[in-house]
Design a protein around this ligand. Structure first.
Ligand SMILES: [Zn+2]
Length: 247
């Protein structure tokens, strides 16, 4: 769609008042309105894990990326805004990212859980999800759908693509969501503003993490927004310049 051309048409029409704006202009406004995406952050305390709520601006359904271990803020936002979560996308199965799944399921039993195969195993195993190591073994419900390493899918009117970034956790997925002018990526515990995820867990590998970040994330446009599992959001351009771990 050539937007500048249509805006030019509109100005032309406005200056020549006998000619009304053409239909395509209205159609375009409708399309642009439809593609407004709302991304909200709920913080799950103790580990300050970020849960993301993604919806179309005018939508009643939403997608959750990683309900945290204490999802009170997440549930409050969903209830206050009357949003129905249809899928929980799980970047990886560490317990601080999955502890809130049961609470979401209690309110919305239909809400599905999607993740990769290695991470799906962590959901139901307290040793693999590391909760047992920290002295409070817990599990989440089993995954409803196993995502492939670069699977594309649409939920709640939103087009996502999974990208496999191993190293912090062997099956770690990040989720890319295109907006008209930039790409958003929900990066879990792969990269943070000024830092990267730990690579010393049983199925972790720091070198692989750094390689994967460099080859699959830092090759994306500089204005790509990265939404990490902990801390502030950042951009590819900023991390390329300032992140000391990936120099
Ligand atoms: Zn983690």
């Amino acid at each position: 769609m050539n937007r500048s051309l249509k805006i030019k048409n509109f100005q032309y029409n406005r200056d020549n008042r006998e000619i009304l704006p053409q239909m395509p202009l209205f159609e375009e406004i409708k399309i642009l309105k439809k593609t407004q995406i709302k991304i909200q952050t709920a913080i799950s305390y103790a580990f300050e894990e970020n849960s993301y709520i993604i919806s179309l601006d005018n939508g009643s359904e939403c997608v959750i990326v990683d309900p945290g271990i204490a999802p009170e803020q997440l549930l409050e936002i969903l209830c206050k805004q009357n949003l129905t979560p249809v899928v929980m996308l799980i970047t990886h199965g560490h317990y601080d990212h999955i502890g809130g799944i049961f609470a979401v399921r209690e309110v919305w039993p239909e809400c599905q859980i999607w993740t990769s195969e290695p991470e799906a195993k962590k959901l139901v195993d307290p040793n693999l999800n590391l909760s047992a190591v920290f002295g409070f073994p817990q599990v989440a419900p089993a995954a409803d759908k196993i995502l492939d390493a670069s699977e594309e899918f649409t939920i709640a009117g939103l087009d996502f693509q999974a990208i496999h970034i191993p190293g912090h956790s062997s099956g770690h997925l990040v989720f890319a969501l295109q907006e008209p002018k930039h790409l958003n990526i929900f990066v879990g515990d792969t990269i943070f503003a000024g830092s990267i995820g730990r690579g010393d867990f049983p199925d972790g590998d720091s070198d692989l993490l750094i390689d994967s970040i460099k080859s699959k994330l830092l090759t994306l446009p500089d204005n790509t927004i990265l939404y990490p599992g902990h801390g502030e959001k950042t951009t590819v351009g900023h991390e390329k310049r300032y992140n000391p771990w990936i120099k």
